[in-house]
Design a protein around this ligand. Structure first.
Ligand SMILES: Nc1nc2c(ncn2[C@@H]2O[C@H](COP(=O)(O)OP(=O)(O)O)[C@@H](O)[C@H]2O)c(=O)[nH]1
Ligand SMILES: [Mg+2]
Length: 245
């Protein structure tokens, strides 16, 4: 089984831990220590492939630390979380994404943008359109409004980023195959036509898969680790408007 490293990033209090624990354990913890930075593991099957996810739930306000550099370097997929009740938390994600791009040296990175707490209709400072606008700005990264409290779109968002990683792997394998063929091809042609001087045709690069832009689904199987103070969810205020782009 392959290991995949996911990193959950965003401002303090946006719901990173609640989302992670909800995804891994299927429970909502209302009082999670904001200073705890923890990693979780969960086995899931995505498109028939067994994956072992290592999920790092980050904490702390200092964004530009050596630690952060290290786990961004090691991370393969990133969940960038803001709260729809906190305008500033979306702004903070812009710098975080820039940092990821700088460290990775590319903008082709498996990322999902998450607007959490979409159940808090009365406290909204950000409408779905604002998340959609940022997603467009970021090469149309998939955008989900989630509620960790009501487990809305939580699995979808995590599985989406895993699917992006899998797709990227396939793209890289295809690229390697094309390169190998390009190296081998001239020799084969020469063997077949030893006398005539036939120019060797350059193989066209094969069409790469298109980037993920839509919502996805998959099956969660097994979770592990964590603290358990399972508080039952409060009743939702007003309508819960959540979107998936
Ligand atoms: N209503 C609502 N509250 C949430 C949701 N997710 C998190 N919270 C609240 O936000 C607080 C901070 O969440 P936490 O996961 O600790 O944030 P973190 O600092 O980003 O890890 C929690 O204690 C919850 O009270 C959600 O989906 N809906
Ligand atoms: Mg936390």
């Amino acid at each position: 089984m392959r290991d995949y490293k996911l990193v959950v990033l965003g401002a303090g209090g946006v719901g990173k831990s609640c989302l992670t624990v909800q995804f891994v354990q299927g429970i909502y913890i209302d009082t999670y220590d904001p200073t705890i930075e923890d990693s979780y593991s969960k086995e899931i099957e995505v498109d028939g492939r067994a994956c072992n996810l290592e999920i790092l739930d980050t904490a702390g306000v200092a964004q530009f630390t050596a630690m952060r550099e290290l786990y961004i370097k090691n991370g393969q997929g990133f969940l960038l979380v803001y709260s729809v009740t906190d305008k500033k938390s979306l702004e903070e994600l812009l710098a975080i994404r820039e940092q990821i791009i700088r460290i990775k040296g590319t903008s082709n990175i498996p990322i999902v943008l998450i607007g959490n707490k979409c159940d808090l209709a009365d406290e909204r400072e950000l409408e779905p359109e604002e998340g959609i606008a940022v997603s467009k700005q970021w090469n149309k990264v998939p955008f989900y409004e989630t509620s960790a409290m009501y487990k809305m779109n939580v699995d979808d968002a995590f599985i989406d980023v895993v699917r992006q990683i899998l797709r990227k792997e396939v793209e890289q394998q295809q690229k390697q195959q094309v390169q190998t063929q390009n190296i081998n091809e001239p020799e084969q042609k020469n063997q077949q036509t030893p006398i005539q001087n036939v120019p060797v045709q350059q193989k066209q690069q094969s069409q790469m898969s298109r980037p993920v832009t839509g919502n996805t689904s998959g099956t969660a199987t097994k979770g592990s680790v964590g603290k358990n103070s399972n508080t039952p969810p409060k009743k939702a205020k007003k309508s819960r408007k959540c979107v998936i782009l």
